[in-house]
Design a protein around this ligand. Structure first.
Ligand SMILES: [Zn+2]
Length: 509
């Protein structure tokens, strides 16, 4: 049997329009693989690529003969992609696709919320370029993050889409496997019939968890109601901060060969989502309350340990990983037993490295300038407790087993607050960042993470879920959407406007 040839490519970025643009260097530092590098990484013991890429490869190998045709996979987090790098990457992808000869399929592993410094539909334009390169008859299967903002152009350019069903995203590997299975169905003759509905709901990201709440109930309903006529149900809550005119909660139901059942289910799910529209809310803990709790926890060891999510500086959503609000407030209040993980400041790591472990340095933490009146530094005397080269392998949660690189790191102690300082933006969603520097997390009273979603499975061996709090800090990733300077979102939209009307386009006539 002749091996079926499948191109693998992706440009994976969740763009926060309010964050600084991601340059070519930003992508290359985070992840940029071309050709055989893609396959080698996907199958490595400790991959760097997204889990769905590994899942796709593994399942394809189990399902039969195939030849992977690796094109390129790049990934970053942050702001809009630098447009010239976006164009260069799309051009490289197209060139490689045209050079590799006939293909039996394409696997596209994008995120779905990419904007560039010039266009608001990075994923749609990228997918359209891929479609143009391979022609109309080669199936394109795509995986997306449920924080993707799916445009019509993206849907028109692909054959089938599979979005993760969990937040935190613990099912990436399984969704890659599912994409492989659906591709085999397509090869066996199944014709995917996509039905989609976009609703005027731009949910704050803190309302999109999948353990409980409206998004969880929607996802569960979609899976419960699947029948043999339905190939896939993907529901995307979207990513408000991309600020695009195609933002909006998206329901995509794919029928097998026929769209009757898919239309029926999409209609039902859209009605259900609309009935939940007032439940996509954000109720964070105020900074004052959080600081009070941390001070108390530091003083009384019988109180439970906590994790605070610094919502305004969520690394996963484009936060710069260096806002000063929590550091200033907790230090100012004299809180003890606090650990901030991570804080990005390459120069500070350099100073700590030069001074060495045990030294006391005049530390200057340089922070983000969003909403600050000129004051972007925090100066304090700090002790250097530990240093590390920043090469790590994830231990828990969504990065378990993955190769991580934070750049050189230092553990600094500023009175009752210890800070894991990294040279690169690194999501503190694994205990290894602290443990590599000798921290015993079971003794920390308050852990402050600059990430919203993926930290609970990382820290739940130390802190109970009810003591993981979302703290309302200022910043480029504040889920208090009323504060954010949106310019492109479709209006009116829930929850920003009161007068949103909507009627289901799939309503029975
Ligand atoms: Zn996501």
């Amino acid at each position: 049997m002749v091996d079926r040839r499948v191109a693998v490519l992706g440009m994976f970025l969740e763009s926060n329009a309010f964050a600084r643009p991601v340059s070519e260097r930003g992508f290359r530092e985070a992840l940029y693989l071309e050709g055989d590098e893609v396959t080698a990484d996907a199958l490595a013991e400790h991959p760097r690529v997204m889990g769905e890429v590994t899942g796709f490869h593994r399942r394809m190998a189990e399902l039969g003969h195939w030849e992977t045709v690796p094109i390129l996979v790049t990934m970053s987090g942050g702001g809009p992609a630098d447009h010239s790098f976006f164009e260069a990457t799309a051009a490289t992808a197209v060139e490689r696709l045209e050079a590799v000869g006939p293909l039996d399929a394409v696997y596209l592993c994008n995120h779905g919320a990419m904007v560039t410094t010039e266009i608001e539909d990075g994923d749609g334009v990228f997918a359209a370029a891929v479609r143009a390169a391979v022609g109309p008859d080669v199936p394109i299967v795509a995986t997306l993050d449920p924080h993707g903002n799916v445009s019509d152009l993206l849907l028109e350019s692909i054959d089938i889409v599979v979005a993760y069903r969990t937040d935190p995203h613990l099912d990436q590997f399984e969704r890659g496997e599912e994409a492989a299975e659906l591709l085999h169905e397509i090869w066996a003759g199944m014709q995917p019939r996509l039905v989609h509905v976009r609703l005027p709901i731009v949910a704050p990201n803190v309302s999109l968890f999948t353990d409980e709440g409206p998004f969880a109930e929607l996802i569960d309903r979609g899976q419960e109601r699947r029948t043999p006529e339905i190939a896939n149900v993907s529901i995307l809550g979207g990513f408000a901060f991309s600020d695009t005119s195609h933002n909006g909660l998206m329901i995509i139901v794919t029928g097998r060969n026929d769209d009757t059942a898919a239309r029926e289910l999409a209609r039902e799910l859209a009605d259900l989502a609309w009935s939940f529209r007032h439940r996509f809310i954000c109720e964070p803990t105020s900074m004052d309350d959080a600081v009070e709790l941390a001070v108390a926890a530091g003083e009384d060891p019988s109180l439970p340990p906590m994790v605070f999510s610094d919502l305004g500086d969520n690394c996963g959503a484009g936060g710069p990983v260096n806002t000063l609000w929590m550091l200033e407030a907790l230090h100012g209040a004299g809180a003890q037993g606090v650990l901030i993980v991570n804080f990005r400041d390459r120069r500070l790591v350099d100073s700590a490295s030069v001074a060495g472990v045990g030294a006391t340095i005049a530390a200057r933490f340089v922070g983000d300038d969003w909403d600050r009146d000129g004051d972007t530094t925090f100066d304090a005397s700090a002790r250097v407790l530990a240093l590390h080269d920043g090469h790590l392998v994830g231990r828990r949660g969504i990065v378990a087993g993955k190769r991580l690189y934070a750049g050189a790191m230092a553990l600094l102690e500023v009175d009752g607050v210890r800070v894991v300082v990294t040279s690169r933006a690194a999501v503190g969603n694994d205990p290894v960042y602290s443990e590599a520097l000798g921290v015993d997390l079971s003794e920390v009273r308050t852990i402050v993470v600059k990430v919203r979603s993926s930290f609970p499975p990382a820290y739940d061996e130390f802190v109970r879920a009810e003591h993981m709090l979302f703290v309302d800090t200022p910043g480029r990733t504040s889920p208090v959407l009323e504060r954010m300077p949106f310019t492109r979102l479709p209006r009116p939209v829930q929850p920003l406007d009161d007068d949103v009307e909507w009627s289901n386009p799939l309503a029975r006539i």
